[in-house]
Write a protein that binds this ligand. Structure first.
Ligand code: AKG
Ligand code: FE2
Length: 370
């Protein structure tokens, strides 16, 4: 049976004496759904509230202050993307966003090209938005700790030793935090990509990472998750939860036992009003993407999943509207797959810093589509 709802897991049960129960729900969620809500997270409410307030305010800066940190200036894909700058599933998305990450030095010049995914942030001027950097780094540090704990919980949910996944991560590991603003549909209607009422906030895709921890910061509906039969299931915000999902790296690591579930955000007008029909304004969401060691390739993914766990995956044929090109790239090398996904999403960055790889990736996409 393909899932029709998204399970809610209670993080307060993740320790003894209730841990076995938590791990059983986690196993069901990662093998059969690929998405779950997490309640009773260890994130401090005041840290989250301060980050959300400043994260929303960041979008109110004058456009020239935002363009001062535009992503095109960064070969590390960190910085500001204006409305319509991003492409998913060969179609323009309609959202404005800032990408930040764990603060890291640029890679050495002789490192593989895909190591450029990691590097320093472009921070807005402290005087433009006082306290923003501290608030973001505090929030990111707390979610990163939660992510670190999940490495072990996922291993145990798959009946592996708790440390079985530790070797697949860098130290320090890059986590990325994206701040996203989806405009209400009046402005979305003028999006060059559609003009219809079903505008793509972000198109159908699988995340590239190990796991994603998403904070839906406003009450809008619009996030939708595709079940294995291909139906779209709504994932409305549930107060005081994070939405957690599996990315392509964890899918690759488990050879498909855990599924990176396809999802999208729809900007249909009904997603921008409350139950009484009052307008809700823009939708804000803040996903944290948990990275993994970029040098992993299919040969180095030596994880042996116990047979009784692998046998839980019954419906092998998964219908997905996400782009198929990425399936083969991710089977090769995780860093290379991630770099190609970034380049095709942010083609201005690709054209400036990786022109040859962009040309090659676009050719691949075109061939796949034919
Ligand atoms: O905005 C959301 O709720 C989801 C965003 C998302 O899926 C992504 O940026 O990868
Ligand atoms: Fe996503």
């Amino acid at each position: 049976m393909s899932f029709l709802s998204i399970p809610v897991l209670d993080y307060s049960l993740a320790q003894e004496p209730t841990k076995t129960h938590f791990l059983a729900s986690l196993r069901h969620a990662i093998v059969n759904v690929g998405f779950f809500y997490l309640k009773n997270t260890p994130i401090s409410p005041h840290v989250q509230a301060r980050f959300v307030a400043l994260g929303q305010a960041l979008f109110d800066l004058p456009i020239e202050r935002k363009l001062a940190v535009e992503m095109v200036h960064s070969r590390h894909f960190l910085g500001y993307s204006r409305l319509g700058a991003e492409i998913t599933n060969l179609t323009q998305d309609f959202r404005e966003q800032f990408d930040f990450g764990t603060e890291l030095p640029p890679p050495s010049p002789d490192a593989p090209l895909y190591h450029n995914i990691k590097g320093p942030n472009q921070w807005p001027d402290e005087s433009d938005i006082p306290g923003f950097r501290v608030a973001l780094e505090e929030y990111l540090a707390e979610v990163s700790l939660l992510g670190d704990n999940f490495k072990r919980l996922i291993a145990e949910a798959l009946d592996l030793p708790p440390t079985a996944l530790d070797g697949f991560f860098d130290d320090p590991q890059q986590y990325k935090l994206k701040l996203i603003k989806y405009p209400p549909p009046e402005s979305a209607d003028s999006s060059p990509s559609h003009g219809s009422s079903d505008v793509q906030g972000v198109g159908p895709h699988k995340d590239s990472d190990f796991m994603t921890f998403l904070l839906q910061a406003t009450p809008h509906t619009g996030l939708e998750v595709q079940n294995k039969a291909g139906q779209w299931i709504s994932a409305p915000p549930i107060p005081d939860t994070l939405v957690v999902n599996i990315g392509r790296a964890l899918e690759a690591l488990t050879r498909g036992v855990c599924t990176a579930t396809t999802h999208r955000v729809s900007l249909r007008p009904e997603n921008f009003v409350d139950a009484q029909g009052n307008p809700l304004g823009p939708r804000f969401s803040f996903p944290v993407f948990q990275g993994i060691c970029l040098d992993l390739s299919s040969d180095s993914l030596a994880l042996k999943i116990p047979t009784h766990i692998a046998d839980l995956v019954k419906d092998e044929k998964v219908k997905s509207d996400a782009e198929a090109t990425f399936n083969s790239v991710f089977r090769g090398n995780i860093g290379q797959g991630t770099l190609i996904a970034r380049i095709t999403s942010h083609q201005d960055v690709g054209a400036r810093w990786y022109p040859d790889l962009l040309a090659e990736a676009l050719k691949g996409q075109k061939q796949q589509k034919q």
